[in-house]
Design a protein around this ligand. Sequence first.
Ligand code: ATP
Ligand code: MG
Length: 253
Amino acid sequence: MGRIIAIANQKGGVGKTTTSVNLSACLAFLGKKVLIIDIDPQGNASSGLGVRKGDLESCIYDVLINDEDIKGVIQQTDVENLYIVPATISLAGAEIELVSTISREVRLKKSLQEIKNNFDFIIIDCPPSLGLLTINALTASDALIIPVQCEYYALEGLSQLLSTVRLVQKHLNKELMIDGVLLTMLDARTNLGLQVIDEVKRYFQDKVYRSIIPRNVRLSEAPSHGKPVILYDAKSRGAEIYLEFAREVIKNG
Ligand SMILES: Nc1ncnc2c1ncn2[C@@H]1O[C@H](COP(=O)(O)OP(=O)(O)OP(=O)(O)O)[C@@H](O)[C@H]1O
Ligand SMILES: [Mg+2]
């Protein structure tokens, strides 16, 4: 059965999209059939996988707002086994339009019901907010991965995220569980990074993944080539570590 995982943290720039794209590509590389859903109006996961957004006739916006069938919006990517439901800037209006829509929190969940079992994993790249788009993602998901950047104030805002998760569990989706916390952008040359690891482990204990993502220049270059790192530079540390992380996610299954 397909496992739906949201990648969320309302803090900006913590590695949500980098993790969504590269986890998805590595799961596909390991033989899983994967769908990545871009639910961020910035559309970074879409461009990071080479989708030319200008050419699109429809995107996740049309699924959420216009009741379009999600099957018609799925595109193949350059990675074998990896498919995407892209986002364009039109999604920026959705947050407000959803407010007055019937069953506004469960629209993504409903649209996924029919296709859930066509994939081994469905990975949702969330925007940096706790608005209705993220709520739709959490309501549709079996599990949540929280990327946390190894920086000052790493834990800032996480209590707000956790209370949103509890509200979703209580009212919308009691199946939702936190799969784990992923430490990202570690600069191993500084003590700060190690302090943050300690702090996050004290707070989240065994929920912290063993794989820790270091800062790696290949990871930041790959999106401008429209490729996940495993295609851009398979021998890089970034590719190795996301492959290791994908194995950990499969094991948690
Ligand atoms: N491990 C890494 N090493 C080097 N650069 C990274 C790494 N992870 C992410 N980056 C870079 O940091 C920036 C922010 O990462 P990313 O876009 O994945 O964060 P995000 O949480 O999705 O941001 P937003 O909240 O805007 O959606 C990007 O420029 C990305 O290329
Ligand atoms: Mg992003």
